[in-house]
Write a protein that binds this ligand. Structure first.
Ligand code: KIV
Length: 294
């Protein structure tokens, strides 16, 4: 458990806290993390929800999409994140292929994310079509964050990472999806790449909080990708903002390290330890040092 500025313990954020935050109009802050140090930093900054996103496929594993990410990748990353978090709600993404083949397999995989990974909830992509599965998971004691709008695991169906719900039919379908997900028991819903007006309407329509990414300021909360806001990724998507240029700072620090090694300035005395003089003397006697470099 970590400390508040007043020194007291900080209570763990729960799914019901998020509902209260929506009711009170307090914006929910969510951020992805994929390892223990990143999770520690996000938790220390007071982020409410840490999402172990399958975006780890791109941010950490170097893939071009989220599709190759496996359950083992997600369990390992979720366990690492859980070890670094004392306050935030940890939500783990169900990767592509882990819930599409059948509900029993989906439940088994979701259980792994909670039991082995230490997540408090799972996130999965889809609308009305996954409402039955959401209900089954919730019945099994697994809180579910839904994710609709642009769902990256279906990028090949969408034909690209495009804004969703731009026309009336698409917008109405999104509202239907969100209503079905809420009725199925999801405790919140991520709206990705949705026009701001539509996201605001959906947020007013639902009792559960909406968490936007590329969905405007009218959502009940926002989620961003760790590498995007810190400037570590290779590019910044339009829906993201760089709050720091850590990529340049890291490259500069590594260059300084390399320069000092090459110039013989690192390691110095401060980073070195030494043998006691008598041990050194005994060692020199025991070994055939010539002392002249031959
Ligand atoms: O995987 C991820 O990081 C996500 C967010 C973009 C919502 O699903």
């Amino acid at each position: 458990m970590s400390a508040t500025p007043s020194g007291g313990p900080r209570a763990r954020v729960t799914t019901t806290d998020l509902l209260t935050m929506k009711a009170e109009g307090a914006p929910i802050v969510a951020l992805t993390a994929y390892d223990t140090p990143g999770a520690r930093l996000a938790d220390a900054a007071g982020v409410d929800v840490i999402l172990v996103g399958d975006s780890l496929g791109m941010t950490v594993l170097g893939y071009e999409s989220t599709l190759p990410v496996t359950m083992d990748d997600m369990v390992r990353a979720t366990a690492a994140v859980s070890r670094g978090v004392s306050r935030a709600l940890v939500v783990a993404d169900m990767p592509f292929g882990s819930y599409q083949a059948g509900e029993d397999e989906a439940v088994r995989n979701a259980v792994r994310l909670l039991a082995e990974g230490g997540a408090h909830a799972v996130k999965l992509e889809g609308g009305e079509a996954v409402a039955g599965l959401v209900a089954r998971l919730v019945t099994a004691g697994i809180p579910v964050m839904a994710h609709t709008g642009l769902t990256p695991q279906s990028v090949n169906v969408f034909g690209g990472y495009r804004v969703q719900g731009r026309d009336t039919a698409g917008a109405l379908a999104l509202v239907r999806d969100c209503r079905a997900l809420e009725a199925a028991g999801a405790f919140s819903v991520v709206l990705e790449l949705v026009p701001a007006e539509l996201a605001e309407l959906v947020s007013e329509e639902l009792d559960i909080p909406t968490i936007g990414i590329g969905a405007g300021a009218g959502c009940d909360g926002q989620v961003q990708v760790f590498h995007d806001i810190l400037g570590i990724g290779s590019f910044v998507p339009r829906h993201a903002k760089r709050f720091a240029d850590m990529g340049s700072a890291i490259t500069a620090a590594i260059s300084a390290y390399a320069e000092e090694v090459r110039a013989g300035g690192f390691p110095g005395e401060e980073q070195s330890s030494h043998l006691d003089e008598d041990v050194l003397a005994e060692l020199e006697q025991a070994l055939p040092f010539t002392g002249d470099g031959e």
